[in-house]
Design a protein around this ligand. Sequence first.
Ligand SMILES: C[S@@+](CC[C@H](N)C(=O)[O-])C[C@H]1O[C@@H](n2cnc3c(N)ncnc32)[C@H](O)[C@@H]1O
Length: 268
Amino acid sequence: MSFADHKKFIDEGDTVILYCTVSKMYAIDVLSQIRNKKGDMIENVFQTDFGALKVKTLIGQQYGSKVELSKGWCFVLQATPELWTQTLPHRTQIIYTPDISMILFQLDIKPGSVVIESGTGSGSLSHYFIRAVKPTGHLHTFDFHEGRTQQARDEFKSHGIDNFVTVYHRDVCELGFKDELNGCADAVFLDLPAPQIAVPHALKALKDSGGRFCSFSPCIEQSQRCCEALALHGFVEIQSMEILQIEDVVKIKTIPVLDLEFVKHKVS
Ligand SMILES: C[S@@+](CC[C@H](N)C(=O)[O-])C[C@H]1O[C@@H](n2cnc3c(N)ncnc32)[C@H](O)[C@@H]1O
């Protein structure tokens, strides 16, 4: 129950982040015991690059504390969507924080929003949608891969955010979104190989009063096909954006300055 609200102390069952270095973080479930391959319950000892941690020692500790590992130390942090994106078990390609911040901004997601998403994938983006729509909004997320939908459901439940999300196992290109969602959505988001096929379904799902649509595409041809489908179905203000993180490079240049005193002297 660690994603739902801000917490001071760690409880058994929380998902926490072990922060060793900026590039070495681990998400772990705080379970005193786990089942081994033989099916027996054994003490849960988590291995990191900086040594082992007896997971039960985390229970009752304050979030943000420094924790001893057998060969070093780390900080134990409360999980956030940003930290989860960096540590989650990948089932698919995922969307990362820089793109996600633009997606949330452009879709105008806020508490109370109803959002439709497909595919769920590894649930990276879903966690941000859920945080943004809480406590009165809802995320409806669709994937045609059954294993991924079940894994996402299990994660949302163990993260204490399952009240704000419904996961559907469904091919949205072939079948569209659920009929009961027609006219319900403030925003539809697609991360699919052929998003243009789902555009008419997205139109049905959006509120009659208007709504926003966004599709994430790793290649320009996909993006072009989607833009064409959007224009065909009457969408307006269609834009393509790319989020690039660029480091500012400061160069020092000396520019010769005109000596006005010298020029004045020469002229007179
Ligand atoms: C790149 S992943 C999505 C990753 C997700 N945005 C994240 O940040 O974790 C794409 C997902 O779309 C699903 N998918 C592809 N075609 C689909 C379709 N027609 N209907 C439903 N899901 C589909 C795949 O199974 C896959 O899980």
